[in-house]
Structure formats: C-alpha cells, structure tokens
Design a protein around this ligand. Structure first.
Ligand SMILES: [Cu+2]
Length: 101
C-alpha cells in the first residue's frame, strides 16, 4: 500500500516503470494540479484528466494495475510530478517523481 521509493528522480526522457508486487490492485494517477505546466496528465488508465480517472475507477476499476502487472510512463518535461493510487490515496499511497535535465 505504498510506492517504493516514495520519491524518485529521473532524467528527462527516461521511462519509469511501476510494478505491482502486492496482492491488491493499484493505480498510478497524476495529480492534475501537480504536474509541470507543459506536461500532460498521465495515469494507468490512459484517461484525459484526474477527474476522468477517478470516475473510471469508481465505475469499472479502470486504470487498475493487476497483481504482478506494471505501468510505465516516459517523462519528457522537467519538473516535479505528484501522483497517487486512487483506492489507497486516503491511506497515504502517494509519490513524487522529479525530472531533471
Ligand atoms: Cu494502491
């Protein structure tokens, strides 16, 4: 019920892979207001917005990364990105990616 490491730093153009090593489903969902201005929203359900991601999860568990599954995203814009897991957000399942030159 946590992203490990919680904070991670990559260089621009690198791909981050999240692997689900737990026994439950999770999502990787960006906080739309906490991505750099020029960067696109991202989430494991390929939605257009945080709101759509939350609705998709509520309706059909869209965006679920299955047990032993993975999700990856390539970061093309420098800056700080905050993200969370929809079902475990209240439990503190949040993380930060910092992208540097
Ligand atoms: Cu989770």
């Amino acid at each position: 019920m946590a992203f490990l490491p919680k904070e991670y730093e990559v260089s621009v153009g690198e791909t981050v892979v999240w692997r689900n090593t737990s026994g439950a489903e999770h999502t990787v969902t960006a906080y739309e207001g906490a991505v750099p201005d020029e960067a696109d929203f991202f989430d494991s359900g390929d939605h257009d917005s945080e709101e759509a991601a939350r609705e998709g999860w509520a309706e059909s568990r869209a965006g679920a990364i299955p047990v032993r599954g993975k999700y990856e995203h390539t970061f093309e814009v420098t800056g700080t990105y905050e993200y969370f897991c929809i079902p475990h957000e209240r439990g503190g399942m949040v993380g930060t990616i910092t992208v540097t030159e």
